[in-house]
Design a protein. Sequence first.
Length: 508
Amino acid sequence: MTQSKRETERKYEPPSGGIAGLPDLTGAGPVASVTTAGPEELDAVYHDTEDLRLARSSVTLRRRTGGPDAGWHLKLPLAGDTREEVWAALSDDVPESLRELALSRTRGAELRPVVRIRSTRTVRRLRDADGRVLAELSLDEVRADASASGGGRAEWGELEVELADGVPAGLLDVVEKRLRKKGIVRADSPSKLARALRETGAEGEREPRSAAVPGSAGAYVLAYVSEQVGKLVSLDPAVRGDLPDAVHQMRVTCRRLRGCLRSYRSVLDQRVTDPLRAELRWLAGELGAARDQEVLGERIGAAVAELPDTLVLGPVAARLRVWEVSQGGEGRSRTREALAAPRYLRLLDALDSLVRRPPLRAKAAGKPARTTARAVLKEYGRLSGRMERAMARPAGRSREAELHEARKAAKKLRYAAEVARPALGKPVARLGKRAKAVQRLLGDHQDAVVAQDALRELAVAAHGAGESAFTWGLLHGLERAGAEARRQELPGVWRAASDPALRAPLEH
C-alpha cells in the first residue's frame, strides 16, 4: 500500500550556535508559539541506478528508519518548493509500486544503494493560536557515506523548513525573512542526496551533450523539445496514479512534440524525427481512448444535469453511469498497457537521445526569427487550405471530417507559434491566439458530433431494455443544434484568424 502527499520545504545553511542560533519566530505571520521536539535518529539508504538517473532528474528514492514516517519514500519534483512524496511500508526490497512510479526515469535499470545518510534531528514546530502545527524547522547533523567500495564520507549541518498540509506557501517567505536577519541563507544543494553525492565523490561525470549554437534557430527549437520531453517524463507517475487531467496533459505534450518535430524539419533531420513522430502518435492514440471517454462522459453528464426534471424520463443517471464505467475501464486499461510496453520505454530513450545528440541540419545555425517565421507561415498555409476545403463542402459526414482535419491543422499552427514566440514575440503570439480560437470552436463542433453518436447508442440501449429513450433523443437534438451553431460561427472566427495584418510582421 502507498500513500501520497505534497511536501513544500526550503533548505538553509545551519545557524551558528545550533538550535540556539535560530531567531524567535513567534509573531511571524500566524505563528503564535514554538515548541521543541527531538532529537531523532534517522537512517536512510538512497537507491538509484548505476548512472544516477533518478538524481539527475531531481527524484529521490530512499529506505528510511527512525522518525514518525519510517518506510520507503519516493519524492517527485513539482513546481517551486513543492514535491510529491509517495510513502510505502518498510520492506527489504524496493516496493514494486514505487519502481513503477519511477519507471519513466529508470527505464527499467537496476536500482541499488548509492548513499547512506544518517541524521540527528532536532525539531521546532511553529503553531497557530489554536495550537495547530503550521510548519516544522528541522536542524540536522548529517553524516553521509557512499555505498560503493572506496567511496567517501561527508558531514555537514542543514536546516529545513517544511510546511504542514494545507498551509499557504507564503508562510515560507515570512519565515525566511526572519532567518535572513539572523544571517541564515539558503543551502546551495536542493537535497541531502545531491550534496552527499557531490561531497562523497559518488556523483560521477555527466554524459557530454551536443548543443546548438547559442541564440540560433536550433537552440530555440531544442529548448522547446527539451521542455516537452521533460514534461512527458514527469507526467508519467501522475498518469499511472490516475490523477485528474494527467492523461490529458500527457496527450497534449505528445501533440506538442509531434507538432514541433513536423514544423521544424528544416532544423532537425526528419530521418530521425519522423519515426519519433510516429511513436508519439501511437502513444497519444493509446492515451486518447481514456481521455476522449472522460470528456464525452462529462459533457453528457453536464447536459443531463441542465435539463428540467420533467424532461428526464427513466433511469437516465444509472444508464449513463454504467456506460461511463464500461467505456472508461477499457480506456484506462489501454493507457496502463501502453505505459507498461517496452515500446513506450524505447520511445522515452529515443527522445532523450534526441535532446542529448540532436540531429541538427544546416539551417539550425541560422537566425531564429527567419527560420521560425517560415515554419509558422507554412503551417498557416496548411490551415488555410484545410479551412477552404471544409467550408466548401456540403453538410454531412464529409464536411465534418474536413472540419476535424482543419482543427488538427489549427493545433499545429498554434504549437509552431509556441516554439517561435521566444524569437518573434507578440506578433506570433497574436497569431497563435487566433489559431487557438479556431481550434476551440472546431473542437466544440467535433465534441458535439461525437456526442451525437454516443447518445444514439445510449438511446438504442435504453429502448432495448424497455426504458424511455426520450431524454437521449432530446440531448441528441440539442447536440445537433449545437454543432450547427458552431458551423455558423466559424466564418467569423476564421476571418479574424486569417487577417493578413497578423501575418505581415512575419513575412518581412
